[in-house]
Design a protein around this ligand. Structure first.
Ligand code: ZN
Length: 154
């Protein structure tokens, strides 16, 4: 992991820290029918996303792996947000989250849809950390499209 500067620590809001310490859905989903790996070589974040996808619905989702607090919290909160969503809803949330962390968001609409995920809005000021925040989302999209190869943020 990268050394953490004071500026980066300032990013770590309570919710991000909480999710990184006690992530939700942090286990290998035993009956997953789709999975994908994500690797961020800049930081060393490496996660596998497990999906149970039936009848156009993410009926269950989990993740395993290791990474910095932002990448782990993002994966945790993403899994909590996506459970029960259709593929198109998941794709829409991915697009909204991507706009949020790259500061291209139409804030009102996207922030309503993203809910608690807006805690990552400060990440846009730290380009290196954007890759940490978006990593699990890229892996999730890869799993949804069932391209089984590992994804990289590079
Ligand atoms: Zn990271």
């Amino acid at each position: 992991m990268m050394p953490e500067s004071r500026d980066v620590r300032d990013l770590y809001q309570d919710m991000i820290l909480e999710h990184s310490k006690r992530p939700e859905n942090f286990y290998r989903l035993p009956d997953a029918n789709r999975k994908a790996e994500g690797f961020n070589p800049l930081c060393g974040d490496h996660f596998t996303i497990f999906l149970k996808f039936d009848n156009d619905t993410v009926t269950d989702i989990s993740f395993e792996g290791s990474g910095c607090a932002i990448s782990k919290a993002s994966a945790s909160m993403m899994t909590a947000r996506l459970k029960g969503k259709s593929k198109s809803e998941a794709q829409q949330l991915f697009a909204q989250f991507q706009r949020l962390v790259t500061n291209q968001t139409n804030k009102a609409d996207d922030e309503t849809a993203l809910g608690k995920l807006v805690v990552f809005s400060g990440v846009c000021e730290f380009p290196v950390r954007v890759k940490c925040a978006i990593l699990a989302w890229h892996a999730m999209m890869s799993a949804l499209d069932q391209t089984s190869a590992a994804v990289s943020t590079e």
